[in-house]
Design a protein around this ligand. Sequence first.
Ligand SMILES: C[S@@+](CC[C@H](N)C(=O)[O-])C[C@H]1O[C@@H](n2cnc3c(N)ncnc32)[C@H](O)[C@@H]1O
Length: 232
Amino acid sequence: MGQYQAWENEYRSSQLITKNPEPQKDVLRFFKYLKKEEKKELSGLNILDLGCGTGRNSNYLAGLGNKVVGVDISKTAIDIAKNRAGEMQVSDNVSYVVGDIGASYPFGDNYFDLILDITSSNSLNEKERDIYIKEVYRALKDGGYFFVRALCKDGDKNAKNLLKFSPGKENDTYIIKELNLVERVFSEKDFKELYGKYFKIKKLFKKSGYAKFQNQSYKRNYWLAYMQKSSA
Ligand SMILES: C[S@@+](CC[C@H](N)C(=O)[O-])C[C@H]1O[C@@H](n2cnc3c(N)ncnc32)[C@H](O)[C@@H]1O
């Protein structure tokens, strides 16, 4: 819960995150992949949205007829997500929980068909990350999908500058001092080593995007990983 205050402050007075109610574009792309290449219907699934923020992806998925659980460390974000679910009339299909994705999860084994981590686990420390990955593995069904959008180190000038001038205590972390927020960036090798130990990485690609901070746009690189828990 080390980063709780930083995120709570961020939702009370946003400098970094978006409160856009539309689903994230990379998430929509992943759903197209599920439909076209994996022949998966995006309805009637149990879905867990880790670090759901104000619920833009959870509420969208609930509207498609899935049963969604959104977890976030910020109560302010969860309150916004719940209100939006009410406005969108999807409250019956989504439940929101204030919780820590770096601590054990209150869900049974093999429960979820799909788990999303949309730029949420970057601020976990290594000990919390170890719990997160084991808990995702445990809570995901055999054959279930895991979509991760994570901060990429490779070719990202902003990440390199932050690592050099504002390093955190752990490997490949930096501190955004204005927010008192620690973030971890991943090289391709580290990403594959971490996630490949538990999941089959079906597709991994790097994508550039823009992060807004204090009214300025910064080009950032992201990893998009489509993964599956194999039963073998
Ligand atoms: C960059 S935002 C992304 C929000 C959302 N996934 C989206 O796509 O809009 C990261 C989110 O992760 C949440 N978060 C960070 N650390 C967390 C933790 N340990 N447990 C639960 N949520 C966490 C933050 O509160 C924030 O809502």
